[in-house]
Design a protein around this ligand. Structure first.
Ligand code: AHR
Length: 492
């Protein structure tokens, strides 16, 4: 029996809704085909953006969307993506498959898409191969409300009013595809570029510095030491690779329990990394003014056989649902430092929430987790203690369940629970400290097979349904979670 205590009288800070953010890159079929089909497409669209995708994202409550990359960002020259579409230059997407990029989706289209899905834009600037002037002008173009060369150009291109732009990234993975820099060198570059990212009028830019690759703690230390007072946030990128090897990462759909186990283990490593990066940040910033933003996370498998290796298209199974649930619980539990997270990537790429094929669209298991967990957005994290059981494979073990809980503005408590064990149900005995509660309801994502997935022929194999395995008597909750499942309980 797993013993849980949720203390509704001990609030531990607000869970920033931006933890439920997403990432869209000019990569494979994410932008083209996934979001943008063009105004003349027979696929129903608004200003060129797919209506089915817009509706699904609104329904999921997407709070923030990062764009245009990723590695693409540090080779993106924003002026290529403005003005009349037919005059925009065609270029090569050198990072992702060497395919043609016609720049039909640029700044105006991205901002419009964010309006349509009710999400805040998070734009990643080019520090790796762009100039300081180029970055300065992009921010001026988007946010200056007055007469200036850039503001005038924006108006000529049809946008009279400046946009509100808060989140701006100053480089991406500058330790790798963004210029292969040392942390000391990047810190100096960051300081220079950040100086010219101006606040115009009412617009205040929240400056985001490129943070570490996974467990590179030295990167965090150097950045915090040198430039903490010039930034609002530092990023962290960490992907879950079942084998831990980049050469052969493992299949998205064909795997046995040992790879299920290693995937869970490598996902839980996120908790250790955030804890250690936070400890370093605390050394320089005890008041937690600088946020940690996990702006790339999720599973990364070998591409689906027969697909373009540069497109990074992978299927999404029940295993991905568990990975999403675990990560989101980890971010919730670290909400004092983690203010945003962006799963990679939105449509048709790595751990996507949506797949499209021509005029068809489907929701992946990961989508259903984001939708179920949206009850935590902007809620208060609650103190939650767990005496866990083990999920054992051979000589290795992991905690069987992973949990976070929050209380929303209406006083409802939500507890999200992942049962990592693919064979054994989890039995929970949970005490709720606080006002007497009388009603528990729940939603669940599970399936018979570890690799159950949605396809265009069978789009609803893994979906959300009602959960009836919880009983509440005088603030004591007993829950039986099926093997390999994710549950969100609502206690009123
Ligand atoms: O998400 C795919 C790529 O992974 C991104 O472009 C890059 O930032 C990371 O290495």
């Amino acid at each position: 029996m797993i013993k849980v205590t949720v203390n509704a009288e001990q609030k531990k800070g607000k869970i920033n809704k931006n933890i439920y953010g997403h990432f869209s890159e000019h990569l494979g079929r994410c932008i083209y085909g996934g979001i943008w089909v063009g105004k003349d497409s027979p696929i129903p669209n608004t200003d060129g953006m797919r209506n089915d995708v817009i509706e699904a994202l609104k329904d999921m409550k997407i709070p923030v969307l990062r764009w245009p990359g990723g590695c693409f960002a540090d080779e993106y020259h924003w002026m290529d993506g403005i003005g009349p579409i037919e005059k925009r230059p065609t270029m090569i997407n050198t990072h992702w498959g060497g395919i043609t990029e016609n720049n039909h989706f640029g700044t105006h289209e991205f901002m419009r898409f964010c309006e349509l899905i009710d999400a805040e834009p998070y734009i990643n600037g080019n520090l790796g191969s762009g100039t300081v002037q180029e970055m300065q002008q992009w921010v001026e173009y988007m946010t200056f409300d007055g007469i200036s060369p850039m503001a005038n150009l924006r108006k000529e291109n049809g946008q009279e009013q400046p946009w509100k732009l808060t989140y701006f990234g100053i480089g991406n993975e500058n330790w790798g595809c963004g210029g292969n820099m040392e942390p000391e060198y990047y810190a100096d570059e960051y300081r220079r570029y950040a100086t010219y990212v101006r606040n115009f009028g009412e617009n205040t830019v929240y400056k985001i510095a490129c943070g570490p690759n996974g467990d590179n703690y030295n990167w965090t230390d150097v950045l915090m030491k040198k430039v903490a007072n010039h930034m609002n946030a530092l990023t962290l990128h960490h992907y879950t690779l079942p084998t831990g090897e980049w050469k052969v990462k493992g299949s998205a759909t064909v795997f046995e329990e040992n790879e299920w186990f290693s995937t869970m283990q490598k996902t839980l490593y996120m908790d250790e990394m955030i804890t250690k990066h936070t400890a370093i940040m605390d050394k320089y910033d005890k008041d937690k003014k600088v946020a940690l933003i996990v702006d790339e996370w999720g599973t990364w498998y070998d591409v689906e056989p027969g697909t373009n290796p540069g497109f990074l298209f992978q299927q999404n199974t029940l295993r991905d649902a568990l990975v999403a649930g675990i990560n989101l619980n980890i971010f919730n539990n670290h909400c004092d430092r983690v203010q945003m997270a962006n799963i990679a990537q939105l449509v048709n790429v790595l751990q996507s929430v949506i797949f499209t094929e021509g005029d068809k669209m489907l929701l992946t298991p990961t989508y259903h987790i984001f939708k179920m967990f949206n009850v935590h957005q902007d809620a208060e994290l609650l103190d939650t203690r767990v005496i866990n059981d083990d999920y054992i494979v051979g000589d290795d073990k992991l905690p069987q369940v992973n949990i976070s809980s929050s209380i929303d503005a209406d006083g409802k408590i939500h507890i999200s629970i992942c049962n990592l064990d693919p064979i054994k149900p989890a039995e929970l005995d949970c005490d709720l400290i606080g006002d007497i509660r009388t009603k528990v309801t729940g939603r669940i994502v599970t399936a018979n097979e570890m690799n159950a997935m949605n396809t265009f022929d069978n789009p609803k194999t893994v979906t959300e349904s009602q959960f009836v395995g919880a009983k509440l008597v005088k603030n004591n909750l007993t829950v039986t979670l099926p093997a390999k499942s994710v549950v969100v309980l609502e206690i009123a």
